[in-house]
Design a protein around this ligand. Sequence first.
Ligand code: PLP
Length: 225
Amino acid sequence: MIDAARNLYMVKERIAQATREAGRAPEDVRLVAVSKTFPADAILPVIETGQRVFGENRVQEAQGKWPALKEAHSDIELHLIGPLQSNKAKEAVALFDVVETVDREKIAAALATEMAKQGRRPRLYVQVNTGLEEQKAGIDPREAVAFVTRCRDVHGLVIEGLMCIPPVDENPGPHFALLEKLAREAGVEKLSMGMSGDYETAIAFGATSVRVGSAIFGNRPYFAG
Ligand SMILES: *Cc1c(COP(=O)(O)O)cnc(C)c1O
């Protein structure tokens, strides 16, 4: 059986170590525990250790388990880390505290409309497709800075940071470095980068949050993007 609480403890130790080695302050790096595909009873032991920040990649799946968990633990912070369709903007704004996958004009507009309607303001990141992969979501890195500006000036959205998922078969370092450079150019502070296989590298490149799933919850029962 997977001991997610124990795995979480070890991941946090390694994050602390990597943060120290990078000469950064411990509170500089947050852990987003990625619970996609896992049911509430697998997530609860992790909540009980005090972990409060979680990531899900599908709106519909998250709607099935998180409203009750959030009801029971009001300080949970839920991140949407998967692609968002504009017809799901309403549900996303209602449930998520952070949306990390703003990557096109239509989504920015839909989020702005829903945020005004609902009076809820989830924090927002722009996802950048640093590897220019056809099958992957995210804005073209060459358009990222201008897009952040348009989100602010055209849609009235505050973009807090950038997010990326490097290509699986490449050295992630150059992708993390590119994201850091784009964030500086765009004038945003947060960098969501690094997963189970590369979060220590991401921290060395300036990640302010890492999204770790399988190293905590174990291998996923099915492919989930
Ligand atoms: C699934 C997922 C993760 C976590 O991946 P692991 O390799 O299991 O840590 C991180 N970010 C995104 C966007 C994901 O979809």
